[in-house]
Design a protein around this ligand. Structure first.
Ligand code: UTP
Length: 326
């Protein structure tokens, strides 16, 4: 890192000394301002994060996950069509009054659950210049604290990935990213991690426990032959606030967008000054609901898990699968 860049970090944070950090994380940032072009025309008038998965929009699962990990201060970075998002997490007095009058308490509870879930704030991204740009917009709200970023279209089903990531941040003081081993054929759709192979993934980074790796570099959407591993970065991050200073300096990268991966690469490469990046390998189920096939799988799998829908859906699904054969 050049001295010039280092000074910019210091200036951006009012001259705070950059030091290992592990203060309690309370804030979650959920970027939901992407254009969702893979899902057109469904996403012409609503954000892809608002597409329903079984009985609630994808983004509600993400907010529920943040709250379960103890992060109830949620900042959503929104784009065009933000009204549907805001309305979803707001009260709708007429619906509540109607359900109350009819005595439909179960439905009423479900409606209220979305409203009472978290303390939700909204901020417009302006132009959708990329995920890195969306995260940079959170600086005013987050300030000089570590914070979580959860992609609003990425559902992690089961497990406690975010809590585990918080634990790893607290143990190491590093920024933390979630990683998933992906099929090499898919690797060029992701940010991909290079890592220090001197300790085994099973044993993990000293102090951080199993299934963690010390990341030495990151590349966004590499060609298969350039991919440094098959560990792909998935939509959960715990970031030290130094990332804001780095994002300010980050030029558009892959796809002409300001990439969060490029800023993480700087954090990873400057472990002494910026705390480095540790990866937590996630082996649970994940659905990228911005992708049509994964969206359909999310609905089917989560409906099978649902105690009310599952018993009726599962036998039908087996019959249907048999009818279409191999
Ligand atoms: P994606 O790359 O999946 O979103 O961004 P996209 O650009 O909407 O996708 P397609 O390819 O056009 O279908 C990952 C996450 O980052 C957010 C998205 O909303 C999604 O949650 N994002 C992306 C922003 O908030 N702002 C951006 O400028 C770009």
């Amino acid at each position: 890192m050049t001295r010039h860049v280092h000074l910019r970090f210091a200036m951006a944070f009012g001259g705070h000394t950059i030091r290992p950090m592990s203060s309690r994380i309370t804030k979650a940032v959920i970027p939901a301002a992407g254009l969702g072009t893979r899902f057109l025309p469904a996403t012409k008038a609503i954000p892809k994060e608002m597409l329903p998965v079984v009985d609630r929009p994808a983004i509600q699962y993400v907010v529920e996950e943040a709250v379960e990990a103890g992060l109830s201060d949620v900042l959503m970075i929104t784009g065009r069509n933000k009204t549907t998002l805001e309305n979803h997490f707001d009260r709708v007095a007429e619906i509540e009054a109607l359900l109350e009058a009819r005595g439909e308490t179960e439905k009423l509870d479900r409606v209220r659950a979305a409203t009472n879930l978290a303390d939700v704030h909204y901020l417009r991204q302006g132009d959708p210049l990329g995920l890195g740009h969306a995260v940079l917009r959170a600086y005013q709200h987050v300030g000089h604290e570590p914070f979580a970023v959860l992609l609003g279209d990425d559902i992690m089903a089961g497990g406690s990935l975010l809590s585990r990531m918080i634990e790893v941040h607290e143990a190491t003081g590093a920024s933390v990213v979630a990683l998933q081993e992906v099929d090499p054929a898919m690797i060029s759709s992701y940010g991909v991690a290079a890592y220090d192979a001197s300790s085994s993934v099973e044993d993990g980074v000293p102090g951080a426990g199993p299934d963690t790796i010390q990341i030495t570099g990151l590349v966004e959407k590499p060609a298969l032959e350039d991919a440094p591993s098959n560990y792909a970065v998935i939509g959960r991050y715990l970031l030290r606030p130094e990332v804001f200073g780095v994002l300010e300096q980050t030029k558009p990268g892959a796809g002409g967008e300001i990439q969060l991966t490029d800023a993480l690469q700087v954090l990873a490469a400057n472990r002494e000054e910026l705390g480095g990046v540790v990866g937590v390998v996630y082996r649970g189920r994940r659905f990228d609901t911005g992708n049509k096939l994964d969206y359909i799988k999310a609905i089917v799998e989560l409906a099978v898990d649902d105690p009310k829908l599952g018993p009726a859906l599962s036998p039908w699904l087996k019959q249907f699968a048999a009818s279409i054969g191999e």
